[in-house]
Design a protein around this ligand. Structure first.
Ligand SMILES: *Cc1c(COP(=O)(O)O)cnc(C)c1O
Length: 401
């Protein structure tokens, strides 16, 4: 009989605790359930405390491992992923699997449902998610239903015979908020999976598994990493969901959608300061929202924390903060282009969630939804001094004709 731990790597054993691999069960990673999130962000995924153990999980560069253990081969596992998965899982309250990118995580979740199944998607959400769903619709006959996520009744009606309901909240880039509490309860009675893309909120501001979601997806490229230097994705599931965990792990190893060891290290290093970065950036975002809302050149500010916004009631019920992203509508593509060019401190760039503040006119992307105003600029607030960030935006606004 061949040893199943090294031959049987094509199909993962769902009873195997992959998070424990390479770790000494007698010295569990120092994460206590009673610790608060800030403490978990600093402590989770560290090597066990034994004399001369390194403080941080080292970057393990190995394509192959000595046989007879649980990892075996570099496409099946890596201690650098495992440490990061422990930390993300601990923060979200579940069990995490990391992927080569947020989109690889998205595709793995789409693979959980039949190729010609029914997928409910927000009509405004991350562009790549809609694109990936549409490609599957064309190739495999996936039925994609685009819904307004702020309209709970519409989401529920579309979800009745769905295989997967995909939610993003707040959404990119108009900061719409879905009623995750209400939907979590109602969708729990349907025979469908509920996935929430939690990239914008981070596990510190919103924990979808607690609200009833089956899967949480992260582009860890953004806030979790926080330094604009790594691309990585994650899916988090409730600890008891072994079947979907095993299916996702199989997809990861079959598609080869594995994170790099260096990227895993960088994201875990970034995660150690997540609470400090998010708190600071969010505080600055709130200040900017207040100042920008009063400016003549700004038609509208989009932020879940605005009491007159549609999502405010839901956001206050399900989020512990409103986040570090906001958008402004400057009325036209020309004004928005002029504005992003005039900014000096803010970097005109896509992506978000880094320590450096960035801004972008979203409709410059041909694929962006026509529901997004031409003059909408999304701002990702970093951790520079708020006075400098505000002054730069005001000087750029003052240059508009
Ligand atoms: C960036 C992003 C993704 C895709 O993640 P990548 O890491 O770029 O592959 C998915 N969802 C949201 C909300 C994002 O911002």
């Amino acid at each position: 009989m061949p040893d199943p731990t090294w031959v049987g790597c094509l199909v993962p054993d769902p009873t195997r605790n992959t998070r424990a691999m390479t770790r000494d069960p007698a010295h569990p990673s120092p994460t206590s359930r009673s610790w608060r999130e800030d403490t978990v962000a600093v402590t989770a995924g560290r090597p066990h405390k034994t004399p001369d153990a390194p403080m941080n999980q080292p970057i393990v560069l190995a394509s192959t491992y000595v046989g007879g253990g649980e990892v075996g081969y570099g496409r099946y596992g890596n201690p650098s992923w495992t440490a990061l998965e422990e930390a993300i899982g601990a923060l979200e309250g579940g069990r995490a699997l990391t992927f080569s990118s947020g989109m690889a995580a998205v595709q793995a979740v789409f693979d959980l449902i039949p190729a010609d199944g029914v997928l409910v998607l927000p009509e405004q959400c991350y562009l790549g998610v809609i694109g990936a769903a549409q490609a599957r619709a064309e190739r495999f006959g996936l039925q994609v239903r685009l819904v307004d996520v702020t309209d709970t009744g519409t989401v529920l009606a579309a979800a009745e015979d769905a295989d997967l309901v995909w939610l993003e909240s707040p959404t990119n880039p108009t900061m719409e908020v879905a009623d995750l509490v209400g939907l979590g309860g109602e969708l729990g009675m349907f025979d469908c999976l509920v996935a929430v893309d939690n990239t914008f909120a981070t596990p510190l501001l919103q924990q979808p598994l607690v609200l009833g979601a089956d899967l949480v997806i992260h582009s860890a490229t953004k806030f979790l990493s926080g330094h604009s230097d790594a691309v990585l994705g994650a899916v988090v599931l409730p600890a008891g969901d072994r079947d979907n965990f095993a299916a996702l792990e199989t997809t990861r190893r079959m598609a080869g959608a594995i994170p790099g060891a260096l990227e895993s290290y960088l994201v875990l290093r970034g995660l150690r300061t997540l609470h400090l970065r998010v708190a600071r950036a969010q505080q600055t975002a709130e200040l900017l929202v207040a100042k920008l809302a009063d400016h003549d050149a700004v038609r509208r500010v989009y932020y879940p924390g605005l009491p007159d916004s549609l999502g405010y009631r839901f956001a206050t019920a399900q989020m512990s903060g409103f986040g570090a992203l906001l958008s402004v509508d400057l009325g036209s593509a020309e004004a928005a282009d002029q504005f992003v060019e005039a900014a000096q401190l803010w970097v005109h760039a896509t992506s978000l969630g880094g320590v450096e503040s960035t801004l972008e006119r979203r409709r410059r992307w041909a694929g962006e939804s026509v529901l997004v105003p031409e003059g909408l600029v999304r701002l990702s607030v970093g951790i520079e001094h708020p006075d400098d960030l505000l002054a730069d935006l005001l000087q750029a606004l003052d240059q508009l004709d």
